[in-house]
Design a protein around this ligand. Structure first.
Ligand code: HEM
Ligand code: HEM
Length: 488
């Protein structure tokens, strides 16, 4: 199966890796600041109106989801795609050009989004879909370019069968395209009224319909940005790093179709006890519970891939990152369904337990997988050894401690908050005022900030290790190899 003659072209994969590191640091730096703002409100004014929580929160979510995570997804696609399809992108000047254009248009969009969100406050005010119509148009253009690169590479491939990761990348492309187009149907206000801000728009949906479409999108953004492409990564990088074949291809396909079918119906769990019809809320809950099956199917398949080789956990920090990533994936895909049970959601909704759930998934699963994928690629990009496994090991423990501090403090504060909001005295009056809850939660908010800070410091260790691997590490003749049956 080895094809030593193929010279893969990693230019665009490298560029996107640099961006993942950069946007990771910026996005999570802002995350740490807003975490401390919730504990110490004076921090809202350190840069005047530009550092208000209301401006920085969307900057954080957009920078980490569409800056850090998407860069990680594109970096890994431009690496994995060539290798599993056994074709170099340099074999087609057209595809090479498309990939570069994809990169530059993407970069322009993200930088423009930062300026728009922080300085001009151009926002649709829909969570995860804040970008206004002019940026949506740009997003569509580079998303299509990415699609051309995917199907173009598939079209000129040497390897007949499509490895499972490719399925997941294709699903990411198609899923996001559908979600993004439907949820961002909007009309620029200038077109209707002939006046006002040309970069402002109104949604084509109204009221409850708008909420339904938004959370069908919002939940599936979790599916097709934070889950499906990350599974694509782990199916490639874990076997490659460990030299172990994937435990079960059948299970990988079963989970794939399970995820595709079930995820799309679960968005109603964001709207429990809202104005959407009750049967839709129930459907959201039921499908969320069913979602445990394909989610755990993928996660167990990854863990079982390490069967008989657990000793590698001791020596290889990248295996540690990936195994813990699958474990966090299991945790958040059990926690999510629990939160979608109506009676639990009545307690959890609007509380800190939700950001707790979000971050055991995004930090433990998404960020750990992107960090380890990029560190797997670094020695292969530059034909140099990883600069310091010890530093990687320290990063792992520091960031793991950070994640545990983050989600455990949010679990405690969220459940405390929910219980205090609903507590009543013997006359049925609320037992606590809002400020009572804020006072009680203060230590947990501080703890979350400290956890976030640990994770953030770990990012600098990562960036330094990557940089040193690129520039100063010992050169190697051949890239690190394992006798994996799927070696590509
Ligand atoms: C140093 C690491 C991080 C810190 C300190 C941090 C902190 C925060 C804080 C304080 C919030 C606002 C919570 C609230 O409004 O109550 C937030 C929201 C959010 N963050 Fe992070 N974050 C970090 C990393 C990440 C990463 C890596 C991702 C995704 C890849 C992410 C995705 C999100 C999302 C989606 C929300 C919105 C959650 C919701 O609406 O419930 N964060 N983050
Ligand atoms: C079986 C899989 C999952 C289910 C059923 C699920 C379910 C839920 C539920 C019920 C909520 C709270 C809705 C509310 O009351 O506000 C939620 C919020 C959220 N979950 Fe999950 N979850 C799952 C997996 C994940 C994973 C793996 C991630 C990230 C890696 C994630 C990220 C999020 C985000 C970002 C939100 C916050 C949305 C917002 O309000 O802005 N979820 N999820």
């Amino acid at each position: 199966m080895q094809s030593p003659a193929i010279e893969y072209d990693y230019t665009v994969a490298k560029w996107f890796s640099y961006l993942a590191i950069l946007f990771g640091i910026i996005g999570m730096g802002v995350g740490v600041l807003i975490a401390f703002q919730l504990a110490f409100p004076d921090l809202n004014y350190i840069f005047g109106q530009y550092s208000l929580f209301s401006r920085l929160r969307p900057l954080h979510t957009n920078a980490v989801a569409f800056g850090f995570t998407l860069s990680g997804i594109f970096a890994t696609w431009y690496y994995v795609g060539q290798r599993v399809l056994k074709v170099s992108i340099a074999e087609s000047k057209f595809l090479q050009g498309v990939a570069k254009l994809h990169f530059w248009l993407y970069l322009i969009t993200i930088l423009w989004a930062v300026v728009d969100l922080v300085f001009f406050r151009h926002t649709t005010s829909k969570e995860y879909a804040q970008l206004e119509w002019h940026l949506d148009v740009l997003v569509v253009v580079w998303w299509v370019l990415w699609g051309i690169s995917i199907f173009g590479l598939i079209g000129i491939r040497r390897e007949k069968s499509l490895y499972i990761s490719v399925w997941y990348y294709i699903a990411t492309f198609l899923g996001v395209a559908m979600l993004y187009l439907f949820n961002n149907m909007e009309v620029p206000t200038y077109l209707i009224s002939g006046m006002g801000d040309p970069f402002h728009s109104v949604s084509m949906y109204a009221g409850t319909n708008d909420a339904l479409v938004q959370w069908w999108y919002g939940h599936n953004a979790v599916a097709f940005v934070f889950t499906v492409p990350i599974i694509a990564m782990i199916y490639y990088y874990l076997p490659k790093e460990s030299g172990q074949p994937v435990y079960s291809y059948k299970l990988s396909l079963l989970s794939f179709w399970g995820l595709m079918f079930v995820y799309l119906w679960a968005g109603g769990h964001h709207l429990i006890y809202s104005t959407v019809p009750d049967w839709m809320q129930t459907m959201g809950s039921v499908f969320s519970i069913i979602l445990i099956l394909p989610s755990w199917g993928s996660a167990l398949n990854m863990l079982l891939t390490m069967k008989g080789e657990w000793g590698q956990l001791k020596d290889n920090p990248l295996i540690k990152f990936m195994v813990l990533a699958s474990t966090f994936y299991m945790l958040s895909t059990l926690e999510g369904p629990i939160q979608s049970i109506k009676s639990v959601n009545a307690l959890a909704h609007f509380t800190d337990w939700i950001p707790g759930h979000v971050h055991d998934g995004t930090l433990g699963w998404v960020a750990f997988m992107i960090i380890s994928a990029i560190m797997h690629m670094a020695p292969r990009f530059y034909k140099r050894e990883i600069y310091s496994k010890k530093l990687l090991e320290m990063q792992f423990w520091l960031q793991t401690t950070g994640i545990v501090l983050y989600f455990s403090s949010m679990w405690i504060s969220g459940i405390t908050q929910g219980m205090m909001w609903r507590a009543v005295d013997q006359y049925g009056n609320l037992a606590y005022s809002f400020i009572d809850t804020v006072t009680v939660l203060h230590p947990y908010y501080t703890l979350r900030g400290i956890g976030g800070l640990f994770f953030f410091i770990g990012l600098f260790m990562w960036a330094y290790n990557f940089y040193k691997t690129m520039t100063a590490s010992r050169a190697i003749e051949r890239e690190p190899q394992f006798a994996s049956p799927m070696a590509a």
